[in-house]
Ligand binder design. Structure first.
Ligand code: DDK
Ligand code: ZN
Ligand code: ZN
Length: 307
């Protein structure tokens, strides 16, 4: 028996029924929000997670599954929601988080690509959009945001894995997220986008080598978070601006969120560093989620105290 529901990977249909089930079990803490649909018309569901005390004035966002082959990412979002509900009124940091933040969680942003990795090609990364005249399928959703769009580090070639799409926010998955975050931009204080693999905590910018205005604060915060992971779990995560820590990557969701005004914006590359890569075994889901939760708690605590 391969552990609980939260220690296994699940196909999209099972994730949708989990979203329904957990929302009905905890109507006082969870609300389902439909923010749009994918290219192939699958619904994009966001879970709004809040504590049971007075309505908080800040919001934070976590999206998972931008890249379909990174299965540990949706597994983290699902694990995070369940863990938060279980820890509320038991763990002080989680209780503080839920009582001070509306937490919006998008478990599978690239719904079509995720299905495709279960049915056809496990290593698929992009979405499944098709454009007249393009002889390849799919846009890299993490190159399609309107932030330094399609400069160095993305490709105009539809057959490339970093294809930026025909224009910024061309992809329905991207436009749905951008629309939602624009609507919430006054209360949204913190942005996380969850990827794999590489064990990194990245912050803006990736579309250029310029430093973000609050670079020192973000670097110190990222160092504090990765040092906690090192101390409690012995795992090593690197940290820094995307452009110099991993590679130039324009059109990314974190840079776009940052320039929208969300001054605490992070990309987390989960486990591992290459032994299994995207094919992380299910028994490593729990340890990965535990260490990343430590980083998220550290950062969220800082944001609550400083906004
Ligand atoms: N916004 C770009 C952050 C750095 C690159 C992140 C990785 C995740 Se697979 C990528 O999109 O290539
Ligand atoms: Zn990714
Ligand atoms: Zn990655």
């Amino acid at each position: 028996f391969a552990g609980s529901f939260y220690e296994q990977y699940h196909p999209l249909e099972e994730i949708y029924s989990w979203i329904n089930k957990i929302s009905h079990e905890h109507p006082d803490m969870l609300e389902i929000i439909l923010i749009g649909s994918s290219f192939e018309k699958r619904p994009l569901y966001v879970l709004k997670l809040t504590g049971r005390r007075n309505s908080p004035r800040r919001a934070m966002w976590i999206d998972c599954g931008i890249h379909s082959r990174e299965w540990i990412s949706p597994a983290f979002c699902i694990w995070f929601v369940q863990n938060a509900i279980d820890s509320y009124n038991k763990n002080p940091e989680i209780t503080q988080m839920l009582d001070n933040m509306e937490i919006y969680v998008l478990p599978v942003m690239n719904a079509d690509g995720y299905v495709y990795t279960w049915t056809t090609r496990r290593m698929w990364r992009k979405n499944r959009s098709r454009y007249e005249g393009n002889n390849c399928v799919g846009t890299d959703l993490n190159r399609n945001f309107d932030a330094g769009w399609c400069t160095k580090g993305a490709s105009h070639d539809p057959c490339d894995n970093t294809y930026c799409g025909p224009y910024p926010e061309s992809e329905p998955e991207v436009s749905a997220v951008a629309k939602f975050l624009r609507e919430k931009k006054d209360s949204m204080k913190l942005y996380f986008t969850i990827h794999s693999y590489g064990q990194m905590l990245l912050f803006p910018y990736s579309y250029s080598y310029n430093q973000a205005p609050n670079h020192d604060e973000l670097q110190n915060l990222a160092n504090e978070a990765t040092q906690k992971i090192r101390r409690y779990y012995r795992t090593r995560y690197s940290s820094g601006p995307g452009a110099t820590t991993i590679y130039l990557a324009p059109g990314g969701s974190d840079d776009w969120a940052y320039d929208l005004g969300i001054k605490y914006s992070f990309t987390i590359e989960l486990r591992d560093t290459g032994r299994y890569g995207f094919l992380l075994p299910p028994q490593l889901i729990q340890p990965t989620c535990l260490e990343v939760l430590t980083a998220i708690k550290t950062i969220t605590h800082h944001v609550i105290e400083n906004t």
